[in-house]
Design a protein around this ligand. Structure first.
Ligand code: TRP
Length: 465
């Protein structure tokens, strides 16, 4: 096994925080969170989501970063090395393999959606979006998704740029990108929330997001909330593991993870507060699905002074947020290929990018010419999204906490986390409880009992017999 490859390290702990936040904050917060919240009825879903972040997401994040920091390799080899070090089966490397598969799937449809964001940037720059109204915004969005060729162009551009950044390596590619651009994204989002508060129906949005209506909640929506937490926090497939592998030695993992988790959650909630006031003010459909953000924000920008400039800026920034996340989806795959010892970084990046591109083409076709081809009434895009987000990520996360909580010695794990046995007694106890019991039981219960899985299990069963 050739894991003796030396990876680069981040310039500082702060760069890691920015990069990990850059990984976490992306389409998941601004595009996906509002639309799955809309599809699952609002408040109760948000509450379940927050619980998932706190009780499951954070413990998984802490473990994942810790395993990366001490495994110091791509997820497959990090898990293998750590398992061998602890005299366990090498098969733990399969957790990393699951992550690689999930990474390909996610990157493929991620790039398609990010392509929409690029397309919208272009339309705003060229003035196509001036004075667009609620109806025409929907028509406009549908026209984009019905055009396979337009989507193909934007999807390809997005991946080419992603590959360029990853191909340049850690310091020259990734660090440069996140350092300058993340702060601007936060400012823009804040500005948008203020705008929505003034112009939109802010009261209804607050009620919708924060007053739980449990009758809207189904078994499947709980699974979706858990999947969304994993997706939004970049957990379960090795993004944060590989970022952890590039950490300098002296980094407090727990505090750092908490900062990333809080930032990510605030951005998701802000996105909801930017979007739903406009949905309600203009009588748009909250549960309309993946087009939600593109339609609503276009309406808002069409109606506001300087909307064209602000719209351009917003979609530029959304694209950037997507890029800083996409990089972290491709990086574990590339790092793993590099460790094979045969490929240069550029070649590994091109191979990974090409694979994701091809899968992405299937996804984008499912919005138009392959729209009718479905399995279990989900098209290719929906299957990729569901399989990776709702199944593979939680499963990966489950294995990560099981490994950290039950297979590693507690003393070792606590030492790796920088917790001294005597100090921090309470903190250590809470963490151990979360990692050993709450998080695994939570994920396992949701995975097994979710109506989605039950139904799929039944269908597979009835197909076979
Ligand atoms: N978290 C990112 C977002 O919210 C997407 C992402 C990056 C991701 N890396 C990941 C999702 C790893 C799951 C796993 O847009």
């Amino acid at each position: 096994m050739s894991t003796d490859i030396k990876h680069e390290t981040w310039s500082s702990r702060w760069v890691f925080i920015l990069a990990a936040t850059g990984s976490a904050v992306g389409l998941g917060n601004i595009w996906r969170f509002p639309y799955v919240t809309g599809e699952n009825g609002g408040g109760a879903f948000v509450l379940v989501y927050l619980l998932c972040v706190l009780l499951v997401g954070l413990p998984v994040m802490i473990c994942e970063v810790m395993l990366g920091k001490h495994g110091r390799a791509s997820p497959i080899n990090a898990m293998k090395n750590l398992a061998i070090g602890a005299k366990l089966s090498e098969k733990w490397g399969l957790v990393g393999l699951l992550g690689i598969v999930a990474g390909f799937l996610i990157l493929s449809f991620y790039s398609v959606i990010a392509g929409w964001s690029l397309a919208y940037t272009f339309y705003f720059v060229t003035g196509t979006m001036e004075t667009i109204g609620p109806q025409s915004a929907e028509v406009f969005f549908n026209r984009l998704t019905e055009s396979a060729s337009a989507m193909l162009v934007w999807h390809s551009i997005f991946l080419v740029v992603t590959c360029y950044m990853v191909g340049r390596g850690l310091k020259r590619g990734l660090e440069m990108t996140v350092k300058s651009l993340m702060p601007i994204l936060f400012l823009m989002l804040f500005g948008l929330v203020c705008y929505s508060a003034v112009v939109g129906n802010f009261g209804d949005a607050l009620v919708y997001l924060f007053r739980p209506n449990f009758s809207a909640l189904t078994g499947e929506s709980i699974l979706i909330a858990l999947g969304q937490a994993f997706f939004s926090l970049s957990l379960g497939m090795g993004s944060l593991m590989i970022y952890g592998a590039y950490l300098p030695k002296q980094t407090p993992i727990i505090r750092t993870s908490a900062m990333i988790g809080i930032a990510d959650t605030l951005v998701a909630l802000s996105a909801g507060l930017a979007i739903f006031p406009i949905v309600f003010a203009y009588g748009l459909e909250a549960g309309q699905g993946p087009g939600l953000v593109f339609v609503t924000l276009t309406v808002a920008f069409g109606a506001m002074p300087f909307g064209q400039i602000l719209g351009t800026l917003f979609f530029v920034l959304l694209s950037i947020a997507a890029w800083t996340s996409a990089i972290s989806l491709l990086e574990p795959i590339v790092a793993w290929m590099l460790e094979g010892g045969r490929l240069t970084r550029v070649k590994a990046t091109l191979i990974g990018g090409a694979g994701a591109w091809l899968l992405g083409v299937f996804s984008l076709l499912s919005f138009n010419i392959w729209g009718d081809i479905t399995i279990f009434s989900k098209n290719f895009f929906e299957i990729s999204e569901f399989l990776s987000t709702s199944i593979m990520l939680p499963l990966g996360g489950l294995l990560i906490v099981l490994f950290s909580g039950w297979r590693l010695k507690s003393d070792t794990a606590l030492e790796w986390l920088g917790i001294e046995a005597k100090e921090w007694k309470l903190r250590a106890k809470v963490l151990i409880l979360l990692v050993k019991v709450v998080a695994p039981l939570g994920v396992a219960a949701v995975l097994v009992n979710s109506s989605g899985l039950d139904r799929i299990g039944l269908k597979v069963f009835s197909l076979i017999f």
